[in-house]
Design a protein around this ligand. Structure first.
Ligand SMILES: NC(=O)C1=CN([C@@H]2O[C@H](COP(=O)(O)OP(=O)(O)OC[C@H]3O[C@@H](n4cnc5c(N)ncnc54)[C@H](O)[C@@H]3O)[C@@H](O)[C@H]2O)C=CC1
Ligand SMILES: O=C([O-])CC(=O)C(=O)O
Length: 304
């Protein structure tokens, strides 16, 4: 059914904003030229604590949260932590913009239409340490599916300039327009929410930063980390399993993990210093779509 809003409410009260919402798309203060995204941590972390707390109190327990405000992965983790009654897997951060940028690079260097570039994914943090990964990607050419590596033979480009261009694209846009990307970010949010709502086609995956609990790629639990994700028709997402990780990719996955662990430490340290007491960590059940999982799959966002 087409979306037909009947009412728009403008308010600065998060308890009004989030009352009974199904989806929450969260922004925050943007960076300026010369800053890293993680330089926003101290400015934004308090906002995400407050928003997590408000979501916990008034949103539907099935709410789906998309954190866009940077540093997006760590802000999503903070938000989840302060919303202990909502399953942490319902908190995601946007890395679809990076995926779209990666696909656009491949489309422009191969001449294949961007919608025919599939299964290119972003691992890790929405930052310079991310890995835009083409190892499982393919291009649809007529009735053939051609691996990216067969189309783009220059491995040094795929492991060098390509990754750098995608990871640094946000900074390049800020340098050019003195403001963050706007329309492309909005398009990426729409892509993220559409796929979370309607599901991904069979055999295809997309990039979403989700809670890392239970992944099989050696990423420690308790981080919000971008993975290749498949989504069923009921909106249940799962990290795609069984993809090969090359030694090159392994080193990148570990580097972006280390950065996220450092951001997490800094975020909670900052909150602890700002706020007299941090609420106790509460275990939350892992949800697959609308289905509650067994206690053995219980997930929590710890401050470790
Ligand atoms: N994950 C991604 O792919 C992308 C993330 N971003 C991030 O999205 C966020 C928004 O970027 P823009 O729309 O360019 O910024 P903007 O400055 O146009 O909008 C930011 C909004 O946040 C509000 N805000 C500022 N301080 C606040 C506070 N203390 N409490 C509540 N609201 C507050 C402002 O009133 C404003 O409406 C930034 O954090 C930016 O880094 C932007 C583009 C892509
Ligand atoms: O770079 C920024 O600050 C905004 C952003 O996240 C992006 O465009 O990828």
């Amino acid at each position: 059914m087409p979306f037909a809003p009947t009412e728009v409410t403008m308010t600065t009260n998060p308890l009004v904003t989030f009352k009974d919402v199904d989806y929450a798309i969260l922004l925050g203060m943007p960076r300026r030229e010369g800053m890293q995204r993680k330089d926003l941590l101290r400015a934004n972390v308090g906002i995400f604590k407050e928003q997590g707390d408000a979501l916990d109190r008034v949103a539907k327990k099935s709410v789906k949260v998309v954190v866009v405000g940077n540093p997006a992965n760590t802000n999503a983790l903070i938000c989840a932590h302060y919303a202990p009654s909502i399953p942490s897997r319902q908190f995601t951060a946007l890395t679809r913009l990076d995926e779209n940028r990666a696909k656009a690079q491949l489309a422009s260097c191969t001449g294949v239409a961007v919608e025919n570039v599939k299964n290119v994914c972003i691992w890790g943090n929405h930052s310079n340490t991310q890995l835009p990964d083409v190892a499982h990607g393919y291009l649809v050419a007529g009735d053939r599916e051609v691996p990216v590596a067969d189309y783009v033979a220059d491995k040094s480009y795929l492991q060098g300039e390509f990754i750098k261009t995608v990871a640094m694209r946000g900074a390049a846009i800020i340098a050019a327009r003195k403001l963050s990307s706007a329309m492309s970010a909005a398009k990426a949010v729409a892509d993220h929410v559409r796929d979370w709502h309607l599901g991904t086609p069979n055999g295809e995956f997309v990039s979403m930063a989700v809670i890392s609990d239970g992944n099989m790629y050696g990423v420690p639990p308790g981080l919000v980390y971008s993975f290749p994700v498949a989504i069923d028709k009921k909106g249940g997402h799962r990290i795609v399993s069984g993809l090969d990780v090359s030694p090159f990719a392994r080193a990148k996955l570990d580097a972006t993990t280390a950065e996220l662990q450092e951001e997490k430490r800094e975020a909670f340290d900052h909150i602890v210093h700002q706020v007299a007491a941090v609420p106790a960590v509460t275990a939350k059940p892992v949800m697959h779509g609308a289905q509650p999982a067994t206690p053995a799959q219980g997930s929590s966002v710890s401050t470790n």
